[in-house]
Design a protein around this ligand. Structure first.
Ligand SMILES: [Zn+2]
Length: 263
């Protein structure tokens, strides 16, 4: 089981080394902006690194919305990030499940997800797995609660879509963590990546504020149990910089009984 962290994008391999991480996740462009990702000068080095790479798509992307001025650029930007992530040999592109606006039918959001994959297929297809991540907030989210996730997967399942489980988002989003991996796999058939985070906020608060594994409102043992059950690579998206994340990675390795395999 490879364990790593979300890191700054300037020199991800140095960040990995500082944390003894076997995997890194980073952004390829401003997560709050619409600028397309630029080719990276270190693409060759990243591609041949023994540290696994994951790319997180910008937060502004919402392919589900009925708002054309968000949905259409979201589709294009997601495909651009997929191409850029493939160029560095990333294992997956993580994107939030998105939402429709208040009063809009979630069924439209799910169908917009289907159209996103159809659009990509028409443009040569996603060159790496796209992992839809569960989110913490909102009443109209496509991937906050499992009933919505099941409806989403009914619509996009034909496209080999991956899933990223964020433990903070699940807890704050109102899904019981006990047994959650089995309930998700019954829907998606897979978990490709775990974002192992604690939550600063209460169960079902709808808030998205990550905490270190030994802090927050989630019993850290539960996070460990989910990681073990998912049997997938793990990224911590926790605060505290190198020190905080290194401690979280060490905690997981100790609890899971696995040593670091990366230098
Ligand atoms: Zn996450």
């Amino acid at each position: 089981m490879r364990i790593g962290a979300h890191v700054d994008s300037v020199d991800p391999l140095a960040e990995a080394a500082a944390r003894a991480a076997e995997a890194v996740q980073f952004f390829l462009a401003d997560p709050q902006g619409w600028k397309a990702p630029q080719p990276r000068p270190d693409a060759d080095r990243l591609r041949s690194a023994d540290v696994d790479r994951y790319v997180h798509a910008p937060y502004v992307i919402n392919v589900a919305t009925r708002n054309n001025r968000i949905r259409i650029p979201s589709r294009k930007l997601l495909l651009a990030h997929a191409n850029a992530a493939a160029a560095i040999g990333a294992k997956g592109l993580i994107v939030h499940g998105g939402h429709v606006n208040a009063g809009d039918d979630l069924a439209v959001g799910f169908d917009n997800w289907r159209k996103t994959f159809a659009y990509a297929a028409d443009s040569g297809g996603f060159q790496l797995p796209v992992l839809i991540e569960n989110t913490a907030g909102g009443d109209n989210a496509c991937a906050r609660r499992l009933d919505a996730l099941a409806r989403l997967w009914d619509v996009v399942g034909e496209y080999e879509v991956g899933f990223c489980l964020d433990t903070c988002h699940a807890h704050a989003g109102g899904e019981e963590l006990l047994g959650l991996v089995d309930r998700i796999k019954a829907i998606t058939g897979r978990i490709d990546l775990v974002h192992a985070n604690n939550s600063r906020d209460a169960f079902d608060s709808g808030r998205d504020r990550h905490d270190n594994l030994d802090g927050g409102t989630i019993d850290p043992e539960l996070v460990v149990a989910l990681v073990r059950a998912a049997d997938a690579p793990v990224i911590v998206e926790t605060p505290g910089g190198v020190e905080g994340q290194r401690a979280d990675i060490t905690f997981l390795r100790d609890q899971l009984g696995t040593g670091a395999s990366a230098a």
